[in-house]
Design a protein around this ligand. Structure first.
Ligand code: ADP
Ligand code: MG
Length: 463
């Protein structure tokens, strides 16, 4: 505890910089945090800021994981859990020294849904119920359902592949939700391959290598179901690939279910080790193709219904006819119309739809490629925000997208380096050049980067 107290300010500051937390956020959420006590390898922290029905829950959800990681990095101390409690509860606790009491109060005063820490990687939004089945995805849907019903039994691993925005992640999450509902005790772990990679790298950086590695293995090798999304990003990264290989073998040997997604089948992944190809061949491959018109229409209708919106038949047809190769874009188009309608408080007409959806559809007019657009598309691709792209955040999950944006802005537009730098959080021209060059070199050397950049380019300019 003493060491923590000594380093507490440093820990908070480090956290602020590392996660690019804004001043206002820091003042409202982090500054009011005070160390309280350690019990059962759990760290109790009090929150002394303004309290209402959501503050404790919010602080818990947003900051306890980053805090855990930061504390571990700066002090080497690992906590199983970090709990944020109110000052009031802390006082009572001091008097009564009674943990049961505390636990009850935590349940009452915080309303965070994610108490199920084990399976919190599963998003309840994506289920089989709201997955529309069409010719293009019927096989994959059936395979996924079979795996969900009998994890580890018949199809192991399940390998789902297909282009972006066609429902791979949705299906994986549906498997997770289904299993969890059937058997809440099943330990399910869903990770993106970026998360997996980052953890491996993080481990190699940690001083205390052996325990860090052990913890990593404990985490990955004690699950009943492991899902790794977008595996194409792991392939080619030596250490990560190696670690994944061992994880895979260990789980497979124990009869645990593995689900993998990728943008292409194993045979087309040139740099994929033969060891993997044979492992993947043991299981089941399922591809998702492009949806036909009827399926696109059915999905659109489903989303409209979910979002409690109404949209004229002719406009729905307009969307389903024109956006053909990516469900995510169909959803994006719909969201845009919903936002417009709610903001302007008017019903969407064909004229409005045509105007507002130019960027999604643009049959003849090709949309202008601006650095702004590129940054948005890159951020979307990596599932991070535009603000993060412009922030000082130096974690690899942000640095790489940022460099890719630098490269693309530099090669796809006539904008000056200064202008690009300005959009990316006021970076100077040498930083932009450095980032752009780095990606350019990688493209020459590495097939994956080349593919990745090609994919993003197509998103930016589909024509
Ligand atoms: P991928 O992982 O293949 O890139 P996602 O699973 O993220 O794609 O799908 C993108 C979006 O499209 C998600 O919001 C998902 O819910 C939706 N979607 C894709 N396919 C379907 C489908 N068959 N039914 C309903 N929604 C779908
Ligand atoms: Mg996905």
């Amino acid at each position: 505890m003493d060491e923590l107290v000594k380093k507490w300010d440093e820990i908070l500051n480090y956290l602020k910089n590392e996660y690019a937390i804004t001043d206002v956020s820091y003042d409202s959420w982090l500054k009011p945090l005070e160390l309280f006590q350690i019990e059962d390898n759990k760290l109790y922290i009090t929150y002394n800021g303004d309290q209402n029905s959501m503050t404790l829950g919010y602080v818990t959800r947003k900051f306890t994981t980053p805090l855990k990681i930061t504390i571990e990095e700066l002090t080497g101390i690992h906590f199983d859990e970090i709990l944020v409690i109110s000052q009031e509860n802390a006082n009572k606790l001091k008097q009564e020294k009674n943990l049961d009491y505390l636990n009850i109060n935590i349940e009452e005063t915080t309303n965070y849904e994610e108490r199920r820490i084990g399976n919190s990687s599963i998003n309840p939004k994506f289920t089989f119920e709201n997955f529309v089945v069409g010719r293009n995805n019927r096989f994959a849907q059936t395979a996924a359902l079979a795996v969900a019903e009998s994890p580890g039994e018949f199809y192991n691993p399940l390998y789902i592949y297909g282009g972006p925005g066609l429902g791979k992640t949705h299906l994986m999450q549906a498997i997770g939700n289904y299993i969890e509902k059937q058997n809440p005790n099943t330990h399910i772990l869903y990770v993106t391959s970026e998360e997996f990679t980052n953890e491996v790298i993080e481990n190699m950086r940690t001083n205390n290598n052996a325990t860090a590695m052990q913890r990593f293995r404990d985490k990955y090798r004690t699950v009943d179901v492991l899902m790794v999304d977008d595996i194409q990003f792991i392939i080619g990264k030596e250490a990560t690939q190696e670690e994944f290989f061992h994880t895979f073998n260990a789980l497979h040997a124990m009869g645990k279910q593995i689900v993998i997604s990728s943008d292409k089948p194993p045979k087309d992944m040139e740099t994929l080790d033969d060891r993997f190809k044979s492992r993947f061949d043991m299981g089941l491959m399922a591809d998702i193709g492009y949806p036909d018109y009827e399926t696109r229409m059915a999905i659109l209708n489903k989303k409209i219904e979910e979002k409690n919106f109404t949209l004229d038949e002719s406009i729905r047809k307009y969307i389903a006819e024109n956006i053909q190769s990516n469900i995510r874009e169909i959803e994006g188009a719909l969201n845009k119309l919903i936002a417009f309608s709610r903001l302007e408080k008017i019903e969407i007409t064909m004229e409005i739809a045509e105007r507002e959806l130019q960027n999604f559809i643009s049959p003849n007019i090709s949309r202008e490629i601006t650095p702004q657009l590129i940054i948005e598309v890159v951020a979307e691709h990596f599932n991070i925000t535009v603000d993060q792209m412009a922030s000082k955040n130096r974690s690899s999950s942000v640095v790489r997208p940022r460099q890719i944006a630098m490269y693309l802005c530099n090669t796809m537009t006539d904008s000056s380096l200064q202008a690009i730098g300005l959009l990316l959080g006021g970076r100077d021209h040498s930083t932009i050049i450095h980032g752009a060059n780095k990606i350019e070199e990688e493209i020459d050397k590495d097939e994956n980067t080349k593919n990745l950049v090609e994919t993003i380019k197509k998103k930016i300019n589909p024509n």
